[in-house]
Design a protein around this ligand. Structure first.
Ligand SMILES: C[S@@+](CC[C@H](N)C(=O)[O-])C[C@H]1O[C@@H](n2cnc3c(N)ncnc32)[C@H](O)[C@@H]1O
Length: 295
């Protein structure tokens, strides 16, 4: 009679560890939304990064076996994901937008703005000129960095009220070698910029409403409250940006702003503004574009 092969730890492959991660994550009822939206992608990301393998190139490695220290490290990070309920990005200190890597930790939200995808699109052409760009509420600096990469001759300013977030942004700006093109400011929205004007203002401000803040799943509770909460209906900061932006736009300039689920409320409240709603692969009606002329 043929003997069934004995499964030993030495035989376990990348595929086995990803499968194990998916089973554990499903059993634990984890929540996603910080770079992945399902158990398989989350497990694959954690396994590949822990093994220092390129994310997005899973296939060639699926049947590769792991060394004993690698098995230990992968099992440990899968266990930490479940025990701490921290998003993978915090466990790995890394997040990507459109393949561009950023350092992250709990001083900033995990980068996932739909504006990132728009800035990376080859046909992104909302303004004729974008020599001066402002990223309001910059957090990790991810959008300021993507804007600097999208507009290679632009000078980019980036503002955040959190000194802790700005420390992370500073690290990312340096890691991307953009210290000469991105200037970081600490302050409340436009305040530290005095009267400066910009061709393009981008912003992914806090926009979570009070009921949603109360119902946040554990993963989201690791993110800074001030990066998420924006009053009763989530539009406190967006209203301030709409009020103050015109004074900081050049005559041909425009504002690109992410607002979450507030579209209907905003349209009711500002009937005079002709918001142009831009969709991305993952979002519909959550980002508006307004030119200086339209204010
Ligand atoms: C949703 S996060 C966006 C971070 C980053 N732009 C991104 O897309 O990942 C919002 C950021 O706004 C900052 N913030 C909150 N209130 C602010 C204010 N009044 N002025 C400037 N920044 C503020 C928070 O510290 C946080 O870093």
């Amino acid at each position: 009679m043929p003997q069934s092969p004995k499964i030993t730890a030495e035989l376990l492959t990348v595929r086995d560890f990803i499968r194990y991660g998916v089973s554990c994550f499903n059993r634990a009822g984890l929540v996603y939304g910080h770079g992945t939206d399902n158990a398989f992608d989350e497990a694959a990301w954690l396994v590949l990064e822990t093994l220092h393998l390129p994310v997005g190139e899973l296939e060639p490695y699926l049947d590769a076996r792991l060394t004993a220290p690698e098995r230990k490290a992968v099992a440990a990070i899968i266990a930490r994901r479940i025990k701490t309920r921290k998003p993978a990005a915090y466990l790995l200190n890394k997040a990507y937008i459109q393949g561009v890597p950023f350092y992250v930790d709990e001083r900033v939200i995990v980068p996932r703005s739909f504006i990132g995808e728009m800035l990376c699109a080859e046909d992104f052409a909302l303004t004729d000129e974008s020599d001066t760009v402002l990223d309001l509420c910059t957090g990790s600096g991810c959008l300021a960095i993507l804007a600097a990469l999208a507009f290679p001759s632009a000078a980019v300013d980036a503002v955040d009220l959190s000194a802790e977030a700005l420390a992370v942004a500073k690290r990312n700006v340096a890691e991307h070698g953009l210290e000469g093109r991105i200037t970081l400011f600490k302050g409340d929205l436009f305040k530290p910029l005095k009267n400066k004007k910009y061709d393009l203002i981008i912003s992914n401000p806090p926009y979570v409403d009070a009921p949603a803040m109360k119902a946040l799943p554990p993963e989201y509770r690791h993110e800074p409250v001030m990066a998420l909460a924006a009053g009763k209906d989530g539009l406190d900061i967006v209203r301030r940006i709409l009020k103050e932006a015109p004074a900081h736009l050049t005559p041909n300039g425009g504002l690109l702003c992410e607002i979450g689920q507030g579209r209907v409320r905003l349209e009711d409240e500002y009937p005079q503004l002709e918001f142009l709603w831009l969709d991305s692969e993952m979002s519909e009606g959550e980002v508006f574009w307004l030119t200086r002329e339209q204010f």
